[in-house]
Design a protein around this ligand. Structure first.
Ligand SMILES: *Cc1c(COP(=O)(O)O)cnc(C)c1O
Length: 408
């Protein structure tokens, strides 16, 4: 079967039927706050399920991945002004969480394969760093063996921003469990959709207890977290009344919506990867499109595809995106759309009041000027995937042949 109308890549999947009875129960009772029930509130059950799924000791569900990233920095006890290394290719929420925690983001170059440049990482580490927040942007995993080894040598913690990496594995280990803390998002454009929401996981008692209290477990509400045979009790008692409450809790409705999708994760990962690889193979057959391969230990869980435009001038890039759009597929070239939140030069808040653009990172800038982004949700059929691939390959040929024909 061939598809003749462009597929809608923005619509979400329906929320599983299983969520409805639970949501109806919560609406009838009005029991929306995670700390009202004496035990087994939907948020606490989500934390238990998610920790088990990931093989982590502790999970804390919060209002967003940004909140999880912020709380991770606070829970690690980083001092004001601490230098936190991040890849320069990420979403603005990442340096924002660092600024929110009164720390200083230090941007590291990223290569044409969207992964952190290890030489620049080592150089910035040598200049002095207090933590690493490694953002697996669009699910692309940097070399975690090299990053962990370098961070361990420097004696600094690694936080994984796995917002968009649920289901990805590195050498068989789940992404988000390799660093000291892993953070995930349940915002609608991620693998699990609750509209908004986030969760952090860790095996570290001190980090877990501090994050729970600061997320808003006031008074003795931390008792409703300790489903782990009392392993956190001593840490909770040590930190009681000594930490600010930032109130970034998740509510029961969001947790019910997330829990209903946990059983869908494996299918979405499998279908998302198959769909991605199908489109990637077709794009790589074009001389003007290139999908960088994953690193060897990496098994991805993509819900979008990124590819580089090869040998195109700026005018040809614009002709390509226009032709793709005319063919029904909207392509974003990260660096060529105005005010893009993934282009580091737009993160002028890093400089505080002055609002100066961060220092230039030529390699990351060059990548952003040619890297394209197209959503490929797991629910797309093969015919819809082929429609998208054909539109992209055709648009590239059209852009290049037109340019050649008119002799630029
Ligand atoms: C979506 C995203 C975030 C932010 O997640 P929120 O839940 O919206 O705060 C952070 N980092 C990456 C890589 C993301 O994709």
């Amino acid at each position: 079967m061939t598809v003749t109308t462009p597929p809608n890549v923005y619509d979400a999947e329906p929320i599983p039927e299983a969520a409805r009875a639970e949501i109806e129960r919560l609406l009838s009772s009005g029991d929306l706050f995670r700390y009202t029930a004496p035990q087994d509130a939907p948020v606490a059950l989500l934390e238990r399920d998610f920790a088990a799924l990931m093989g982590a000791k502790y999970a804390l569900a919060v209002s967003s991945c940004s909140a999880a990233l912020f709380l991770s920095l606070k829970a690690l006890g980083l001092p004001r002004g601490a230098r936190v290394l991040i890849p320069a290719f990420t979403f603005a929420a990442v340096p924002s969480a660092i600024v929110h925690a009164d720390c200083q983001p230090v941007l590291v170059e990223v290569g044409a394969d969207y992964r952190i440049d290890l030489a620049d990482f080592e150089a910035k580490l040598a200049q002095g760093a207090d933590a690493v927040m490694i953002s697996h942007m669009r699910g692309h995993t940097s070399d975690m063996d090299a990053i962990m080894a370098a961070a361990d040598r420097a004696g600094i913690p690694v936080i994984e921003d796995a917002a968009h990496s649920l289901g990805t594995t590195w050498a068989g280990r789940r992404i988000g469990t390799i660093g000291k803390v892993g953070c995930f998002s349940f915002q609608s454009y991620k693998l699990v959709n609750a509209g908004e929401g986030g969760i952090l996981i860790t095996d570290d008692e001190e980090v877990a207890a501090r994050a729970v209290i600061m997320s808003g477990a006031y008074e003795h509400n931390w008792k409703k977290h300790d489903g782990h045979n009392g392993t956190l009790t001593a840490a909770f008692e040590r930190w009681q009344n000594r930490l600010p409450l930032y109130n970034m809790r998740m509510n029961n409705l969001s947790a019910a919506i997330v829990r209903s999708q946990i059983g869908e994760i494996d299918r979405r990962v499998r279908d998302g990867r198959a769909g991605h690889d199908r489109v990637a193979e077709r794009l790589n057959a074009s001389p003007w499109l290139e999908v960088p391969p994953p690193l060897a230990p990496e098994l991805r869980a993509p819900d979008s595809i990124q590819f580089n435009l090869v040998g195109m001038s700026d005018a040809e890039v614009d002709a390509f995106t226009a032709a793709a759009e005319a063919g029904g597929v909207k392509v974003q070239v990260f660096g060529r759309s105005r005010d893009n939140a993934r282009a580091f030069w737009n993160w002028r808040f890093i400089d505080g009041e002055h609002g100066a653009a961060p220092a230039d990172l030529p390699q990351t800038r060059a990548m952003l000027m040619r890297a394209c982004d197209v959503r490929l949700p797991a629910r797309l059929t093969e015919a819809e995937l082929d429609f998208i691939a054909d539109a992209l390959v055709g648009a590239a040929a059209q852009a290049m042949e037109e340019e050649r024909a008119y002799g630029t």
